[in-house]
Design a protein around this ligand. Structure first.
Ligand code: C2O
Ligand code: CU
Ligand code: CU
Length: 490
């Protein structure tokens, strides 16, 4: 038998992808092609649902789904049957209406991570709980002037968040840029990780894994194992990368290509920034510009040291329990064919707001800690407690009260041996002090890593949206174990 050429492999991959899109999971099973070869499969884009005339109306079902992961049949949980769920594309000023149906056997709900929308009622309300079999109608109203960018959605029912994310429940939200960057194409890339047991279900997670923050043994891009993308030399691509892993940090590299950051989490940078690598904590996103150069490059996730629980568990538990010290190959990019002319210049982004020049109404310090304790609500097997200012999450307690219209400075401290990527709902954070990091340009994020035994300082403009919401560690096992607090703006 003659070995297949790379081109033939790619062609087979594309055929497999088309079949999947046309026929759903059933056809995908039997389509063989590139799938049977294990790799050489073209990166698939999730289905796109775009707003029209200011409204995007959709039904989203969270339910068990049978999908193919690499060479294996898997029983996962997914939005509308696919990993990831559909990509929602909207504009500033749009309204997104979601009829969210819970087809799972556990309670769930929906969170629109990073969107600056109201947290009350049927808005981005993390206190809603949807029972199995029930439907809840959400409405998210994006203000005029909402920053463009790559956001995402996932369940947020306390106690189940990490499990549901790890099982496959995530999807992307794109807020269109009113002044788009010229590009030959853009791609959404949702990075997730999963461990399947012998029957193809998400594996049970032990108490120590929850404490460390689980890392799945298979790392996926758009639900695929090491897919391939192709481009012609000179083409510009815009990659919207989401770290949807419950706990894994990603140090992304794409050697052999020029990589520029167009934006992180919210909005976009004034000027794209040249980088050789970019680190995404869980929940972070990055928009990358790739001006393709001939050759084959591999997008890898190199290891990140996010601390360990040594000395706290008696015996120690390294963060790299699963051989995390090798770079993981996420995707390969093949650039070949007839070169095309260079893409047009990147228009400058608007000057970002800088809270360093604004009046600060209040300052607070929040301490993120882990320690031996009664483990609380999560139940048996957990003797480690995860706290903020010494308290585990209590939905009925208001931890911080802030004034609508004020700017505050929050110092986030970490008195423990593991990093905690801290996320605040509704209002983005401007980093104002973060070790040696260069913060000359205003730096806005919605997940900020607070390193082990370290601290960072952020400023937050509580401009609008009275209401109550949450902040928490985005190592979602830590969040489920209690590392979440509530904030009310009024
Ligand atoms: Cu990505 Cu509170 O969530
Ligand atoms: Cu969020
Ligand atoms: Cu944490």
């Amino acid at each position: 038998m003659t070995p297949l050429t790379r081109r033939q492999l790619l062609a087979l991959g594309a055929a497999g992808a088309g079949a999947a899109a046309a026929g759903g999971a059933g056809l995908w099973w039997t389509s063989g092609g590139g799938e049977a070869l294990g790799r050489g499969r073209e990166l698939v884009q999730p289905e796109v649902l775009a707003g029209r005339d200011g409204v995007l109306d959709l039904a989203l079902g969270a339910a068990p789904a049978r999908v193919r992961i690499g060479a294996r049949a898997a029983n996962v949980q997914a939005f509308n049957g696919s990993l990831p769920g559909p990509t929602l594309r909207v504009r500033a000023g749009d309204t997104i209406r979601v009829a969210m149906r819970n087809g799972l056997e556990e309670p769930t709900n929906l969170h629109v991570h990073g969107l600056h929308v109201s947290p009350v009622g049927n808005g981005d309300n993390p206190f809603v709980s949807i029972d199995p079999g029930q439907t809840f109608d959400y409405e998210f109203v994006l203000p005029e002037g909402h920053p463009p960018g790559t956001y995402w959605y996932h369940p947020h029912r306390h106690g189940h968040v990490a499990d549901q994310l790890a099982a496959g429940l995530y999807g992307v939200i794109v807020v269109e840029d009113p002044d788009p960057v010229p590009a030959a194409r853009e791609r959404v890339m949702v990075v997730s990780d999963i461990t399947l047991d012998g029957s193809g279900r998400p594996a049970e997670v032990s108490a120590p894994e929850r404490i460390m923050g689980r890392e799945g043994e298979t790392v996926l891009v758009n639900g695929q194992v090491r897919p391939e993308a192709t481009a012609a030399p000179g083409e510009r691509e815009l990659w919207r990368v989401v770290n949807a892993c419950p706990a894994r940090f990603l140090r992304l590299r794409l050697d052999g290509q020029d990589l520029r950051v167009l934006g992180r989490d919210v909005g976009r940078l004034r000027e794209p920034e040249d980088v050789t690598e970019v680190v995404l904590a869980p929940g972070n996103r990055v928009e990358l510009l790739v001006d393709a150069r001939e050759g084959t490059s591999t997008l890898v996730a190199a290891p990140v040291d996010r601390g360990r629980t040594d000395g706290m568990m008696g015996g120690g538990m390294p963060g790299d329990g699963r051989g995390n010290d090798e770079p993981i190959e996420l995707l390969s990019l093949e650039v070949s064919g007839t070169p095309v002319g260079p893409a047009g210049p990147v228009p400058a982004g608007p000057a970002p707001r800088d809270l360093r020049g604004e009046r600060i109404a209040a300052g607070r310090t929040l301490d993120f800690a882990m320690g031996m304790g009664m483990g609380g609500r999560r139940g048996p097997g957990t003797m480690m407690s995860f706290t903020i200012d010494g308290e585990q999450f209590d939905a009925a307690r208001t931890d911080q009260q802030v004034a609508v219209g004020s700017v505050e400075e929050w110092t986030l401290t970490n008195s423990g041996p593991m990093d905690h990527p801290v996320h605040l709902h509704v209002w983005p954070m401007q980093l104002v002090a973060d070790g040696g990091r260069d913060l000359t340009e205003p730096t806005w994020l919605d997940v900020v890593n607070v390193p082990a035994f370290g601290q960072v300082t952020v400023r937050v403009a509580f401009d609008d949206f009275p209401g109550r919401t949450v902040y928490h560690c985005h190592i979602l096992d830590h969040e489920d174990l209690g590392m979440m607090g509530t904030v009310e703006a009024r």
